[in-house]
Structures are given as structure tokens and as C-alpha cells.
Design a protein around this ligand. Sequence first.
Ligand SMILES: *[C@@H]1O[C@H](CO)[C@@H](O)[C@H](O)[C@H]1NC(C)=O
Ligand SMILES: *[C@@H]1O[C@H](CO)[C@@H](O)[C@H](O)[C@H]1NC(C)=O
Ligand SMILES: *[C@@H]1O[C@H](CO)[C@@H](O)[C@H](O)[C@H]1NC(C)=O
Ligand SMILES: *[C@@H]1O[C@H](CO)[C@@H](O)[C@H](O)[C@H]1NC(C)=O
Length: 461
Amino acid sequence: WRCCFGLLGVEAGTGTSYNPEMRQGLLSSICQVTGYLDDCTCDVETIDTFNNNKLFPKLNKLLESDYFRHYKVNLKKPCPFWNDSSHCGIRYCTVKPCPPNGDSGGTESPSYKYSEEASDHVGECEEAKRLGAVNESLSDETQRAMVQWTRHEDSSDNFCEADDEQSPDAEYVDLLLNPERYTGYKGPEAWKIWNSIYEENCFKPHNIRRPLTPLASGRVLFPGHAFYRWLKGLCVEKRAFYRLISGLHASINIHLSARYLLQDTWSGTKWGHNLTEFQNRFDEVLTRGEGPKRLKNLYFLYLIELRAMSKVLPFFERPGFQLFTGNENKDRETKNQLLEVLQLTKSFPLHFNENSLFAGNKKEAAKLKEEFRLHFRNISRIMDCVGCLKCRLWGKLQTQGLGTALKILFSQKLIENMPETGPSYEFQLTRQEIISFVNAFGRISTSVKELENFKNLLRNV
Ligand SMILES: *[C@@H]1O[C@H](CO)[C@@H](O)[C@H](O)[C@H]1NC(C)=O
Ligand SMILES: *[C@@H]1O[C@H](CO)[C@@H](O)[C@H](O)[C@H]1NC(C)=O
Ligand SMILES: *[C@@H]1O[C@H](CO)[C@@H](O)[C@H](O)[C@H]1NC(C)=O
Ligand SMILES: *[C@@H]1O[C@H](CO)[C@@H](O)[C@H](O)[C@H]1NC(C)=O
């Protein structure tokens, strides 16, 4: 990215003031993410131009279709790993009895007050509960159509194991009614989720500390030397795994900063960009050099999912393939829109060459594939521990989407050899895999676009 610094105004529209030096620091840290990315020969400028001008508008339109906006998900699974998963019920917001012989003279029946700690958090918790709730309403038309969708799925040759989707608890959610944005879900609990994803699922031994890990006691912040030495020593696939997770994390944080709750009063709510929040996550100095690395990982994730989009084209091109919602005209239109997007991804000039990835001998590749699958399944189970339902919804969607992208990349030969007609026994995608995959890519594409918006904001403040 070219860095041009505009005049250094100070006031942001929202009344928060930005110190010019900090702003310049942030711009330069965004601008550090430039040129060639590690592990692939593609440059960020090419991605920005391609995504922001060509792909993003088309993809966004596609995701508004009836087929892609309805995602079936089970949000009721209990967390399999630990008990206290509810931020607001348990730790902060419980109502504790007041100690006896208070100064109320003893005439009242035992009164209950929020404990001091709790009352600090009550507002916060109510906010988090409200903002994190999932709007489950569906139009009548959709509800009637859903019966047909299920019938259609049952009749297609779908023998992939799909534990979540078959559960009676799984329900369709309208994604457009539940945008991914700031929810107030943060602090120790959110940190715990990400920590267990990184610590236990990224092939990392316990004795190697991630940079900036806030330890519960002592708050020692580890510099990254040992960590990056370890990362460098990994085989390219495992390194890729870590970078994908980090990219996903970065993307989610970009959405939270770009759709922050700026104002919440009786006259209405206002959502928008919060530069301070963005800065806290990505500024080079404030994050001790981690910010630019996170952004690079976001681009890496973008390239992987883009590659999967371009590789899956033959699967959707088959004449008999339908994106079924029951409305024939609309379904045909949605399919054409999807094919157009996929063809566009194919035209991207500097594709990531995944031959360098997953290219070991056959036996090794199969082993890695299985390891990846298990780790992804585990990460998706960790998502069941996310206390905020809306965050859980998007977390599950994006892990399933990324898992599907990898499944596609691991199955290229099978996809190339698919029969034009008739069922494909070797390679299948379920409705939920298709929806999560395309929506997950939509999220990353939006993040790349949002970076441009942040850049413009920083220049123009
Ligand atoms: C959760 O709590 C139950 C009892 O309430 C206990 O038996 C179980 O071991 C706990 N699980 C974990 C993971 O701590
Ligand atoms: C859910 O979305 C519908 C449709 O936009 C809206 O009418 C309803 O008020 C929403 N419910 C909540 C609780 O926000
Ligand atoms: C799955 O994640 C949990 C919780 O973080 C962890 O205890 C467990 O070791 C992980 N299992 C695998 C196979 O990675
Ligand atoms: C922006 O985010 C910061 C936290 O990073 C918060 O303290 C501040 O109040 C937010 N600004 C607005 C206008 O909401």
C-alpha cells in the first residue's frame, strides 16, 4: 500500500480524539503489510485491487440471496471442554445476598443487591446479552420453504457425516438479520476461547509461548523470538494452519472494529468504525509488531479461500446441480451469480500455488489431511463454548467455511474428475458446507475491503 499522510486533523467524527502521532503509527503499520507475502508469491496491492473493485461487490450481492442467507446451525450444544462458559450468568452478573446487619435497620426483608464486582459489570453484561442475541425470526415464506429444503437434501446423495446439521436442535438462521459486529463479548472469556484454540490446536507445544500472551498472574508479556523460531521450523502445512487461525482472528477483530456500537441512546443506535479499537488490535507499536503480522495472515487466509473458490468451480458447473430453495427462477439466477463469482476468482492473476502446500508424499499428505480435519473439528467444538450466541454463530460458520475450503483444496483431483451427470460419490458438499464456505469467504473479502475504509478514515480524520 502506498502511504500518503493527509493533513493531521485531530477530531474524529465521534468525538474521540486521535493523537496524530499514533495515527501515523497506525497508518505506517498498515502500510508495512505490503509487497510479497510469506509462503506465497502474491502481493497485497494486487489482492486489494482485485477484491475491492471486482470481487467484493459481486460476492456481497450473492450473499443476499435466499439460498445463501439461511444457514442451519446448532447453537444449543453444550461446551464439551469446561463448565463455566457463561460470561453473564455466572462470573460477573450474579446477584449476591447482602451481608447481614447492613445499615437498613433490619426492618426490611433480606434485601439482595448486586455485589460491588457484579454491579460494575451489570450494564456491560446486559449490553452483551442484548447485542449478542441471535434474531431467530424467519419470514413465513421461508418457513414454508424449509420443509421442501429438507426433503430436497434427503433425496440427494448426501452421505457426508454432518453431526451438527442432523441434530433436532439445529435451526435455520437468517444471516442478514444477524450481522457480525461488536457485541460486547470480550475480556477474559473471549481471551480463553482464543487461547485454547491457539494453544491446543495449532500444533504448538506448551513450552513455546505465543507473543503477547497475557498470563493470568504476573502479566509477563513474552516477546516473539522463540515463537517465531518455532513457527519457522514447522513444515509449511502446519505453519499454514497457524496462519489461517491468526488470519481468522484478525478478520473477526476487523469486523468488530468496523461495526462498533458508537452510540446507544433512546434516539437510536449508531454503528460504525472505531479507530481506537482498530488501533489497539493492529497498531505496530501498541501490539509490539504483531499487528502487521496479523494483517499479513489475513491476506494469507484470503488467498487460501480464494484458491478453493476457483478450484471448486467444476462441482457447481454440473448442469444438474441446483442451489435449491424451491423457486426455480430464483435458484437458476443464484446459481448463475455463483458461477460468475467463481469464474472471477479463477481469473485472479497471482494465485497461491498450493502445490508447495500439501505436496509431500501421498502417505504424508493423507496423514496431514486427517490431522487438519481433527483439529478443525475440535476448533468447531470450542466454538460451542463461546458464551455470546451471535459470536458463536459466526465463529461456527467461519470455521466450517474454512474447513470446507481445505477439504476442497485437498480434493482437487476428485473434483477435476467429477462426472458431468449423476451423483458424485467421491466428492460432495452439503448445503451447510456450501453456505458456510461462501459466507466465510464473504467475511474475509469484507475485511480486506474494510482495511481500505480504515485507511481512508485515517487519512481523512
Ligand atoms: C463440570 O461440572 C460437573 C459437575 O457439575 C463435573 O462432574 C465435571 O467434571 C465438570 N467438567 C469440567 C470439564 O470441569
Ligand atoms: C428480528 O428481525 C425481524 C425482521 O427484521 C424484526 O421484525 C424483529 O423485530 C427482530 N427481532 C428482534 C428481537 O430484534
Ligand atoms: C481439543 O481442544 C481441547 C480444548 O482446548 C483440548 O483440551 C484438546 O486437547 C484438543 N484435542 C485435540 C485432538 O486437539
Ligand atoms: C472505541 O473503542 C474504545 C476501546 O478500544 C472505547 O473505549 C471507545 O469508547 C470507543 N469509542 C466509541 C466512540 O464508542
